[in-house]
Write a protein that binds this ligand. Structure first.
Ligand SMILES: N[C@@H](CCC(=O)N[C@@H](CS)C(=O)NCC(=O)O)C(=O)O
Length: 207
């Protein structure tokens, strides 16, 4: 059986929800921050020591959200978790995955771990403020791109949606007011109401 390595509420929540949506059998292996052996084991599979990491029965390992989310969607074409390859709609979905993974996600880095970005503690607040502004700009772009929804791609739910949800769910950490983004808020509420999300939240013991 597939094993998804994840941390509660981390970006690995996106493929967790996507696997639940797809109905692909899998087990969830929780990486616990308080258990260094969990990370040691993860490092044997993924040299970055990061989640999500997907382990197949034959020992194959797949990392990176965009690759994992795309793989999941492609296993169950009938569920339309991505538009058909070769279409502009598919390219649009990839555009969303890239934007979220390369613009929104990294902007949280200095907010969660400023010491990885600047050496002097005196600069921590500064780097956090700079990246907070980047995040606000990023979410403004997302807000302007969300049409009438309810989903990122319009009327059809896709693997883009849990990915967007995860990053919006962290918005309070840098102290950004979620109410500035009513469309993304509506999207988050719709996502939270899905059975797949409820099952993933229960497994990760998050709300
Ligand atoms: N580019 C990777 C980033 C993965 C990532 O940053 N994962 C975080 C959780 S959201 C993590 O594992 N952090 C722990 C660490 O870096 O040690 C992806 O898209 O999958």
């Amino acid at each position: 059986m597939l094993t998804l390595f994840g941390m509660p509420g981390a970006c690995s929540l996106a493929p967790h929800i996507a696997l639940e949506e797809a109905g692909i059998p899998f087990q969830y292996s929780m990486i616990r921050k308080s258990h260094p052996e969990d990370r040691e084991n993860l490092l044997k599979l993924n040299p970055m020591g990061q989640v999500p990491t997907l382990l197949f029965d034959d020992g194959t390992v797949l990392t990176q959200n965009s690759a994992i989310l795309s793989w999941i969607a492609e296993q169950v074409p009938g569920k339309k978790l991505l538009p058909p390859p070769g279409t502009i709609e598919h390219a649009r979905a990839q555009e969303w995955l890239s934007f979220l993974g390369t613009t929104i996600h990294p902007a949280y880095g200095p907010i969660f771990s400023p010491a990885k970005y600047v050496s002097s503690e005196a600069n921590f607040d500064d780097v956090k403020q700079v990246t907070k502004a980047k995040l606000e700009r990023g979410f403004e772009i997302v807000e302007s791109r969300l049409g009438d929804g309810p989903w990122a791609l319009g009327e059809t739910f896709s693997v883009v949606d849990p990915y967007l949800y995860v990053f919006f769910s962290w918005i309070g950490v840098p102290g950004i007011d979620a109410a500035k983004y009513p469309k993304i808020q509506r999207h988050a509420e719709a996502l939270r109401a899905r059975e797949s999300a409820k099952r993933a939240f229960a497994t990760e013991k998050i709300r």
